[in-house]
Design a protein around this ligand. Sequence first.
Ligand SMILES: *Cc1c(COP(=O)(O)O)cnc(C)c1O
Length: 405
Amino acid sequence: MSAFETFCQTAIDDIRAQGRYREFTPLRKQARRFPYYEGTNGREVLVWSANDYLAMGGHEAVIEAACETARQMGAGAGGTRNISGTSPAHDALEAELAHLHGKPAALLFTSGFVSNQAALSTILASRPAGREHLWQVFSDEKNHASMIAGLKSVPAHVHIFRHNDLAHLEQLLEAAPPEAPRLIAFESVYSMDADIAPLEAICDLAERFGAMTYLDEVHAVGMYGRTGGGVSERDGVAHRIDIIEGTLAKAFGCHGGYITGQSVVVDYIRCVAPGFIFTTSLPPSTAAAALASVRHVRGDHDRRARLFERAETLKRRFDAAGLPRIASESHIVPLHIGEAVLCREVSQRLLEEFGMYATPINYPTVPRGQERLRFTPSPAHTDEMMDALVAALVQILAPAKRQAA
Ligand SMILES: *Cc1c(COP(=O)(O)O)cnc(C)c1O
């Protein structure tokens, strides 16, 4: 083995020893039977941790749009947006997303990760206050890896504020040099902690200190707000947020990421960001599917209501069964396990013995000691499925607790 291969092996052994080795679970999605997937040997698996939050990935109108557009325009875009990669579906989707968030413009990216990385790095590489001033960035400590990738890839002063801690954010804003441009980067729904940022208060601070606001609404778009415009729509502050970023891959059930904001800002990023310019655009079929999904979801208020009803019902059932649920203000229902090996084992037994799947969330996604299972009940998860899940968890966790004690 080469020195590098030896390094890789040692690192993997170490990861394995810590119970953090990641193994894929083979799951074949069945569009018409969601949330039932096909596992190994054709076995049926009830999935509890898909990010297809609204079960839109299998919606008839969405599948039809994808198939019809693929037949008309082919399987791939055949170029970047600048090189023959712009279809009517791309343009219509951008217009729809801008409208969803009440912004003049939107820009598509090949994923939510890329949208955050490309937009943030491009903004922070600019020098609006003169060449001498680096940006002062204020970033929530729980921000997603894609935002961190954007912040870290360019020279900027990054200040990390404690999660959702307004006093700490204010203190850091006060201490920063007043002549430098400022940006506050945060999420609305934090998917691992299942909590929601105080958007209005953050906007107040941003206005007081002349800071730009960049909001990741990936775990909120489609679900929160009257038309699924996210928590910024729900809280009536979308017009106070400079850039709202989202994904088409979670509640909208498709693929791709985007930003929305002022036309001149979006246009600047379109003209400058390598993560936009130098990569093939989304397949037109994907853009068309996402467009059908966003259009449907905006008007499907019952689907949104049912999602929250399902989440509240699962929370109540976990509580009634005495399961160690982590407090959640959102549609996400986390269960505390607290140890990586145990977390993996509970997930594995759930799959092998009960035919149900929930992702184990381990370090580094959450701090050590806070390992958890994360459940995302969708409108398609029934009471009977919840009964089966609670019974299985009670059976698995009771003896596991005795063993740990
Ligand atoms: C999943 C996720 C992303 C990335 O979105 P993709 O479309 O999956 O690349 C960005 N931000 C947050 C908070 C996420 O959870």
